[in-house]
Design a protein around this ligand. Structure first.
Ligand code: FEO
Length: 400
């Protein structure tokens, strides 16, 4: 085979996915500084062939060339649709048009979306249910539903004979596959942070469902994981399963993330004062982020990671500084756990931000520090004393 973009995984399986280095924002929201891969696999069952998940439409020409090269004149009999999000299905219509006899293996929940997105009817669909096995020629795939990981119709499939799990979004991450596709051939440290950001941005809200999915799959003898994004795992499977398990259980690091918004520097002054006081209290892992310059994507990832979270901003139109208001709304929906929260605010002629933070603190169910710092304009000695008190309380809370 001459096309080096295609990777032979074993005698009956090829990687035929694509890299996306042109999209700036995944889902039009999440930055992709290192791009993303859309993985797809061609499974050879002997007398029948089967494509497992597709790619985003922008790379359809490369994708169709990859399929043709592996098939080498044979027909494509099946396509598995594990997940309907268009990063994996927007080229499905092209596949169906090229192979009109193809059967689409998917589940009931996906059919309605397929009809709506692509006007593909049910006539060529083979419906599978949770735990059902389908013969692909002389080989077999068993399907397991994984609802809300990360859409309601999401499912995975497993080849018991070889122990290969096709996990769609689960165990995936941001970042293109630059050269190697296998975990044992690449530097995991290059991918780790982008995998965490992918999890926290895309899947994190559904961590309860991720825990459920991990439990459902734990009985399988998994020897390789082929996700729809990021590396194929064949050597250190425990590393990616362990990371997903830690993230879904929301294990946090000892340390404090301070996120501030500041129009004229006074809230930044308070942020830095608290950070200095935290350092005096022995806290070693402290990060300060300016909310106006840090993308929400990274703030979500970092708030997931740190046990201590301190948020601060000025009052703006009797409420929170708008970028902070947005972050707080997102954090409410993320359903994060295991955090300790501190807040500080600033005002000149009338407050409002402090009350909004208090409402968030109440709703968050996080441990909340008793001391808050509400400053008029430039902070003074009394405010610095409160910063010290807040830092002391945070340091104590981190020790628990
Ligand atoms: Fe990679 Fe939920 O799509």
């Amino acid at each position: 085979m001459g096309n080096l973009r295609i990777v032979k995984i074993n005698d009956h399986l090829h990687y035929i996915g694509v890299n996306d280095r042109y999209t700036h924002l995944f889902e039009a929201m999440w930055p992709l500084p290192d791009g993303i891969s859309y993985n797809s696999y061609l499974f050879d069952g002997g007398s029948k062939t089967c494509l497992i998940d597709c790619v985003r439409i922008d790379s359809v020409r490369e994708f169709m060339d990859n399929i043709s090269e592996v098939l080498d004149g044979r027909p494509l009999d099946y396509v598995v649709v594990n997940h309907m999000e268009p990063d994996h299905t927007s080229s499905l219509k092209s596949v169906v048009e090229r192979f009109p006899e193809i059967k689409i293996i998917t589940n009931k929940k996906a059919v309605k979306m397929m009809s709506n997105f692509y006007n593909i009817g049910e006539e060529n669909v083979v419906l599978v249910e949770d735990g059902e096995t389908v013969e692909i020629g002389e080989r077999k795939l068993t399907f397991y539903t994984t609802p809300m990981v990360h859409w309601p119709e999401s499912m995975v499939c497993f080849e018991e004979e070889t122990g290969i799990l096709f996990s769609q979004d689960a165990f995936g991450g941001f970042g293109t596959l630059d050269g190697a596709i296998f975990d044992d051939q690449l530097d995991w440290e290059v991918y780790r942070e982008e995998t965490i950001r992918y999890y926290t941005n895309i899947v994190g809200k559904y961590s309860v469902q991720v825990i459920r999915a991990l439990k459902k799959l734990e009985g399988l003898d998994i020897k390789m994981i082929c996700p729809d994004h990021g590396p194929v795992w064949r050597e250190n499977i425990g590393r990616i399963v362990g990371l997903y398990s830690d993230l879904s259980e929301q294990k946090t690091e000892d340390g404090v993330l301070i996120v501030y918004g500041s129009m004229y520097g006074n809230s930044e002054f308070v942020a830095e004062s608290i950070a200095r006081a935290l350092a005096d209290e022995g806290v070693r892992n402290i990060r300060i982020r300016d909310i106006s310059k840090t993308h929400l994507s990274y703030l979500i990832s970092e708030t997931w990671n740190y046990k201590g979270i301190i948020l601060g901003c000025p009052t703006y139109n009797v409420g929170l500084f708008p970028p902070m208001e947005n972050l707080v709304e997102v954090l409410k929906k993320q359903k994060m756990k295991n955090h300790v929260l501190g807040t500080f605010t600033n005002y000149t002629w009338g407050g409002g931000a402090e009350k909004k933070f208090a409402e968030f603190a109440e709703q968050s169910k996080w441990e909340v520090l008793p001391t808050t710092v509400d400053v008029m304009g430039l902070p003074g000695d009394e405010d610095f004393e409160k910063c010290r008190q807040m830092a002391k309380e945070m340091a104590e809370a981190l020790k628990k």
